[in-house]
Ligand binder design. Structure first.
Ligand code: SAH
Length: 360
């Protein structure tokens, strides 16, 4: 038994079955046993890898996107450059380096990192040595003022709740204790009407699973509110459907392979697909203007990844050229092992700003 499994079993015995959000929250963020609290999960030696870890081109192009939005905002100084869930700090380091090419941007940018993991905060500090950055536990402590925000693979890590449709209504899927005392999925009593079910899924057939990410929606709403009254732009890159669709997308990954989400609490990454329709609606309702979705491959090509790859290859040896080609294919390709179509990009902006690059 792991320490976290004992803790969860005690918690369930005391409080009853947990929502999947409570379970995910403990698995990922428990102060002693949480997955993100105890390790750096990224990269080839970790459990999964992400676009900025695959190639510097990703962070560079997002940095240029940010600099372009800064110019569109009238080049405010200061501008808050915010990243949610910055991982190892690689994306931000690449973005700042590329942003130096746009006169005045680097000097105006104040870097803010929203990160809960102490281990990853250390990695970010190393990657951003020499950068005057501020760390935050959530968005509530960000200073007011013009803002450009980036979130790559952040929303998929936020806890979701799941509901299953039966003849009588919606039942919540919960984590309880099975006959042998191990963790097991159980269902709550049915509820005819459930205010958490997204409108698009309200009429789903019996057996359908609806997912909601209350934490993600509240972040989208906070971003939307801020963009409604202060100039700014946000870019969200993640995997998930463009339109709300029923389905169980809770997944565990350890050592680059899928695992049972209940098998090793705190030892595997837990994620769920991002429901971009719900996110965009939450931000729109709060006063921001959404753009997209576009596929990551289409977006990166529109920003000039092809040209950037050629420039890098012109200065490289044969092995490095092959690496650049492989990274280009992985980031933009549409195969199911590639990220180009699997990952989508959503932009949110203050309504006064012209459409962002990559979304025309
Ligand atoms: N953006 C990075 C890392 C993605 S992994 C990359 O692309 O490589 C998810 C990141 O979100 C990690 O940095 C993790 O510690 C952070 N995270 C997860 N839940 C969080 C929360 N509730 N608040 C802030 N950061 C969180």
């Amino acid at each position: 038994m792991t320490g976290l499994r004992d803790h969860l079993a005690r918690r369930i015995a005391l409080e009853g079955p947990l929502t999947i959000a409570q379970y995910m929250g403990d698995c990922l963020g428990h102060p002693k046993f949480g997955y993100y609290v105890t390790r750096d999960p990224l990269g080839a030696a970790g459990d999964f890898t992400t676009a900025p870890e695959i190639s510097q081109m990703f962070g560079e192009l997002l940095g240029l996107w940010a600099a372009d939005r800064w110019q569109a905002m009238g080049a405010p100084d200061p501008v808050h450059l915010v990243e949610l869930g910055p991982g190892r700090g690689t994306l931000m380091a690449d973005a700042l380096r590329a942003g130096k090419g746009v006169p005045g941007f680097r000097k105006a940018a104040r870097v803010h990192l929203v990160e809960t993991s102490p281990v990853l905060r250390d990695s970010q500090r190393r990657a951003l040595a020499g950068v005057n950055a501020a760390w935050h536990g959530d968005l509530s402590t960000l200073p007011p003022g013009p803002m450009i925000l980036i979130a790559n693979e952040f929303f998929d890590a936020l806890p979701i709740r799941q509901f299953v449709r039966d003849a009588k209504g919606w039942r919540e899927r919960l984590v309880g204790l099975g006959n042998g005392g191990g963790l097991a999925f159980v269902l709550s009593p049915a509820q005819a009407v459930n205010p958490l079910i997204p409108a698009a899924l309200a009429a789903a057939p019996e057996g359908a699973v609806a997912e909601v990410c209350p934490a993600g929606l509240s972040v989208a709403q906070a971003i939307g509110r801020r963009l409604a009254d202060t100039p700014g732009a946000a870019l969200v890159v993640d995997y998930g459907p463009a339109r709300s669709a029923p389905g169980d997308s809770l997944q565990a990954v350890a050592g680059h392979t899928f695992a049972d989400p209940l098998a090793d609490p705190g030892g595997a990454d837990l994620t769920a697909h991002v429901d971009f329709q719900q996110l965009a609606q939450a931000a729109l309702a709060a006063g921001a203007m959404p753009f997209g979705l576009v596929e990551q491959g289409v977006f990166l090509k529109a920003l000039g990844i092809g040209h950037r790859a050629e420039t890098l290859k012109a200065q490289a040896d044969a092995r490095q050229r092959a690496d650049v080609d492989a990274a280009f294919a992985r980031l933009t390709g549409t195969g199911d092992k590639q990220m180009g179509a699997l990952f989508k990009v959503l932009a949110l902006q203050s309504p006064v700003l012209p459409p962002p690059p990559g979304f025309e």
